[in-house]
Design a protein around this ligand. Structure first.
Ligand SMILES: Nc1ncnc2c1ncn2[C@@H]1O[C@H](COP(=O)(O)OP(=O)(O)OP(=O)(O)O)[C@@H](O)[C@H]1O
Length: 590
């Protein structure tokens, strides 16, 4: 079947809609400290010598003096001695006036697209949602940053998750890709740490160089950790809250130096964090907030041992003594069950169907034999070019299964006149970062990627995601296509399907149907023939409702305290759900 014309038109429309999306990241790091701190009142390194801001000064730290100014510090913010070191403005709007960021709203967002999304919460005493940021007491400095980000109103997941977290409750939250989960977990953390400012919470003296973050945000890939760090830095600008990132593949010493300057929120990948814990450079003893982004991925077979090591076998406070937040767009029941070990009396929040894709993404599936894939891709790209959508405003992300496959397809595209780059686990970290920069900027508007780029990355102007090789797991498909159609904008996803993907047929057809997509008759026939096998069961269920695994009657732990009560604000019916889950690693993850 050929969909070239309509496909190209869709990409063109999507590109046009995407022109207002996002802002580029600013990677600058904090400058060096020049003056020595006073000994009598301990001031965290990153707050020494700060230029006074327009915000009211945070209360001075009232804890005891430290004998070693490299240890973790007690309170996050202090107004003392703020000359000299200026916090780099992550917004790049250095005239710093309210006008600079209030003039323009984040108008590209189609909030109506979210209005009728069903929402369900379960758990005890669920705090009610809010409709505006103004209704929530996040603190003036954070509110100002929200305005700088041009976030006019909270997205549905933010409306529900932020009040739940501010009430101190643990949370397992499932919401569609691109729906603003990062801010949903960052805002309560930053706001909570701001409220701790001035409390004399002395951080213990363990090793001279040990630091004691108050919050830990874990994510599965280096690039996603970098992105969360950039976002969190924007949200915490001029709040006195210091965010540091640590991930593998980058020089350890640089990250250690950054940590030594002080850290409130540590964003990390599990491997590098384990390394830092083993070197006793980080202690988790003071952690009040633990957030796992892409939580189902973090708890599947690949990462679970490392996560358990970090959360259960170090000095992190127990569930109940810390606040834990788990976020993802997909949450298989088996993973929910595992995750409950990390949570205390938590609230389950589902915005939309667990594991569903957003209606904002137009999904196409084309039957393409293995040997025809390259020429078919070429046809798509030529059509896209002919419609004038190749270029900065129409980025195309092509997913393949293996690292070798990525290299070879990238080379082939290049030879055939399509500027492209690639990202996968065999490339050096420098190459990976360079590839992403080049793609984001539109210099190479085609990025060939393995699943290392499947989750979380928020790249403006991705108009088209091509599943050159379909993944084995429907949840991976959901995350991959979620690189387009973000924050209310539309996008296009094309998948090449052949006999080799038969086991995915049913879950793919179901997913497309749920998202109001046209399911080709031939795919429906494949779907009838194939049955759900292991990994291809849908994340949480086919119909809305009943996705909190605690509501599953087959779940029994000999205790009634796992589930009590449910609130459904979406008005959808009772349980659906395919139940089981078999997790697995895809070959391309690092
Ligand atoms: N309230 C808001 N108003 C406008 N834009 C927002 C708002 N909240 C978040 N965004 C923007 O929406 C985009 C997607 O947000 P984010 O990356 O947090 O999505 P996500 O739900 O984590 O997606 P994924 O599941 O792919 O990780 C970002 O560009 C972010 O800046």
């Amino acid at each position: 079947m050929s969909t070239r014309t309509s496909w190209a038109d869709l990409a063109a429309n999507s590109a046009a809609e995407n022109t207002t999306a996002g802002s580029s990241a600013n990677n600058a790091s904090v400058g060096t400290t020049s003056a020595a701190p006073a000994r009598s009142t301990y001031v965290p390194p990153h707050l020494r010598n700060r230029v006074p801001s327009s915000d009211p000064p945070a209360p001075a730290y009232s804890g005891p003096a430290s004998s070693n100014d490299r240890q973790g510090y007690g309170g996050p913010a202090s107004s003392n001695d703020r000359q000299g070191e200026r916090e780099v403005n992550p917004f790049g709007d250095d005239d710093d006036t309210e006008q600079a960021f209030s003039e323009q709203e984040n108008t590209g967002i189609n909030f109506d697209a979210y209005e009728d999304i069903p929402v369900e919460t379960s758990g005890e005493n669920v705090p009610p949602p809010v409709n505006t940021f103004a209704e929530i007491d996040l603190g003036e400095a954070l509110n100002q940053n929200i305005r700088r980000c041009k976030y006019v109103k909270p997205t549905p997941v933010q409306r529900h998750a932020i009040p739940i977290s501010l009430a101190g409750r643990d949370l397992m939250a499932c919401a569609q890709t691109g729906s603003g989960k990062t801010a949903a977990f960052c805002f309560p953390i930053i706001s909570g740490i701001m409220k701790m400012q001035g409390q004399s919470a002395q951080r213990p003296l363990r090793g001279a160089r040990t630091v004691y973050p108050l919050a830990l945000i874990l994510s599965p890939t280096r690039e996603l950790s970098m992105q969360i760090h950039e976002e969190a830095r924007k949200f915490s600008y001029q709040t006195g809250v210091k965010v540091v990132v640590a991930y593998g593949g980058a020089p350890l010493n640089q990250q250690l130096r950054e940590l030594e300057r002080g850290v409130d929120i540590l964003v990390a990948t599990p491997g590098r964090l384990v390394d830092l814990l083993e070197r006793a450079r980080v202690s988790l003893q003071m952690v009040k907030y633990l957030a796992l982004d892409e939580a189902d991925r973090m708890l599947d077979m690949g990462f679970e041992p490392q996560i358990r090591k970090i959360v259960e076998q170090n000095d992190m406070p127990l569930p109940g003594a810390r606040q834990t937040m788990l976020f993802s767009a997909t949450f298989p029941k088996e993973i929910q069950r595992l995750a409950s070990d990390f949570l205390f009396n938590y609230i389950f929040l589902a915005v939309g169907r667990v594991g569903s894709s957003t209606d904002l993404i137009v999904q196409r599936v084309e039957f393409v034999h293995e040997s025809d894939k390259r020429s078919h891709l070429m046809d798509l790209l030529h059509a896209q070019r002919a419609n004038g959508v190749q270029g900065k405003q129409a980025l195309t992300l092509v997913f393949v299964e293996t690292k070798k496959g990525a290299d070879s397809l990238e080379h082939w595209l290049y030879v055939n006149g399509f500027p492209s780059t690639s990202i996968h686990g065999d490339r050096t970290q420098q190459e990976r970062e360079q590839a992403l920069r080049s793609f984001r900027s539109g210099n190479t508007p085609i990025l060939v990627a393995t699943d290392v780029a499947a989750r979380g990355l928020d790249i403006p102007h991705v108009a088209h995601v091509v599943n050159f090789d379909l993944p084995n797991d429907i949840d991976d498909y959901v995350h991959r296509i979620g690189r387009t159609g973000r924050a209310g904008k539309t996008g296009l996803a094309t998948a090449f399907f052949n006999e080799g993907n038969a086991s995915l047929a049913r879950s793919l057809a179901d997913l497309m149907q749920e998202s109001n997509q046209e399911v080709p008759a031939w795919l429906s026939r494949y779907a009838v023939r194939s049955s759900y096998g292991g990994r291809n069961r849908r994340s949480g269920g086919g119909r809305f409702g009943g996705r909190d695994f605690r509501r599953d009657s087959s779940f029994s732990r000999g205790s009634s305290d796992y589930y009590s009560g449910a609130n459904s604000s979406g008005g959808y019916g009772a349980s659906g759900g395919y139940g089981g889950y078999g997790s697995g690693m895809t070959s391309a993850w690092d």
